[in-house]
Design a protein around this ligand. Structure first.
Ligand code: KG4
Ligand code: ZN
Length: 348
């Protein structure tokens, strides 16, 4: 039997993504982003994102088919992000996917965005080890997941109790006068700065936090500490050393994330760490995660940056794995679920 050909649609935030995979082979990954339309607001505006998805959907599907060299009729199944994400944005993807599935007479899988972020690594590094530990860090989420079976069992070990990791990068970038989205700009500025210049706080990292928040993270105290520091420098008439602040802030985030991820691997006796989400593009996070994994004999898997950020290929990758393992498809009546729990991999 040939491997399944699956088309995946992602619209949970500001990227309209359409990916096509056969088995674990990536054939197309087309993206239309509305990020430029949100930049002047300093964050994603849901209504603007929904409208942009609507306009981009058909052209992006057409581009993906062309790139993959397939016709819609050839597709064995449709997969779509059913949650979590922005309700209106998700709706556009779910409605489009249902229309396609109905018209083509093909099964549809409404999948969990977070599980898709993990599964995408299969397109680059082959079959996932089970169990794996996954750390997802993006503008919308910061989660530590134990993954015994990516098609039906994902266990949340911890998450952010306030801001997501990428959100913290974006807010701190704003304080430093850097453009949105701020992550890449902080990454670049930090390369020229001293990560030890300022000792910013590491949230939820004291032994007393371990009882209730061992695998949770918190970035709002860090964000406030950076803002206070910058305000004080300005008040005292000093030039703000943007590169040093960026490097010291980034070091605090990376230190906490990697410590918690390694601790989770060791605690649950898991030998593989997968990192995904937009913040996984961060160069310092990649370096420190590799060093710390090497120290503990943990194998580290991070997809290339284009697959870490939101994309359609990740949805197709998870859809394909569901088909390969003969998991139940979703009923056509499933709905977009903005707060879909990570424990639910597929909408029933
Ligand atoms: O996964 P993604 O594209 O969308 C969400 O689901 O949020 O992640 C976007 C986030 C933004 O907050 C952005 O600032 C952050 O990922 N990001 C980075 C880097 N590249 C993107 N953060 C730190 N360092 C980077 N190099
Ligand atoms: Zn995401």
């Amino acid at each position: 039997m040939t491997e399944p050909l699956v088309l995946g649609i992602e619209t949970s935030c500001d990227e309209t993504g359409v990916g096509i995979v056969r088995g674990t082979t990536l054939l197309a990954d087309e993206i239309a982003s509305s990020v430029d339309q949100h930049a002047r607001f300093g964050g994603v505006v849901p209504e603007v994102a929904s409208r942009a998805h609507l306009e981009a959907m058909v052209p992006t599907i057409e581009r993906a088919c062309k790139t993959a060299g397939v016709k819609l009729d050839d597709v064995d199944a449709i997969a779509v992000t059913s949650g979590p994400g922005l309700a209106g944005a998700l709706l556009v993807g779910v409605a489009s996917a249902k229309a396609l599935a109905l018209a083509l007479g093909k099964p549809i899988y409404g999948v969990n965005h977070l599980a898709a972020h993990v599964c995408v690594d299969q397109l680059e590094h082959g079959q996932l080890d089970e169990p794996s530990l996954a750390m997802l860090v993006s503008g919308g989420h910061s989660s530590l997941l134990l993954v015994p079976d990516i098609t039906r069992e994902v266990i949340a070990l911890g998450q952010t109790i306030d801001d997501a990791a990428g959100e913290a990068f974006d807010k701190v970038a704003r304080v430093l006068g850097l453009p949105f989205p701020g992550g890449p700009y902080i990454d670049a500025a930090a390369r020229e700065g001293n990560p030890e210049a300022i000792d910013f706080p590491r949230g939820l990292s004291n032994p007393k936090d371990f009882a209730n928040h061992r695998f949770d993270v918190s970035f709002s105290g860090l964000k406030t500490a950076v803002a206070r520091w910058v305000e004080r420098e300005q008040r005292e008439g000093n030039a703000v050393m943007v590169n040093d602040v960026a490097a010291s802030f980034q070091e605090a985030v990376v230190d906490v994330l990697t410590r918690k991820a390694i601790d989770a691997c060791l605690t649950h006796d898991v030998g593989t760490l997968v990192i995904g989400g937009g913040v996984a593009a961060n160069s310092r996070l990649r370096t420190v995660a590799q060093q710390r994994c090497d120290e503990h004999g943990i194998s580290l898997r991070i997809p290339r940056p284009g697959l870490c950020t939101d994309n359609g290929a990740m949805v197709a990758a998870l859809g394909s794995e569901l088909v390969r393992r003969g998991r139940d498809e979703s009923q056509l009546s499933f709905s977009a679920d903005s707060s879909m729990l990570v424990t639910q991999v597929v909408a029933p």
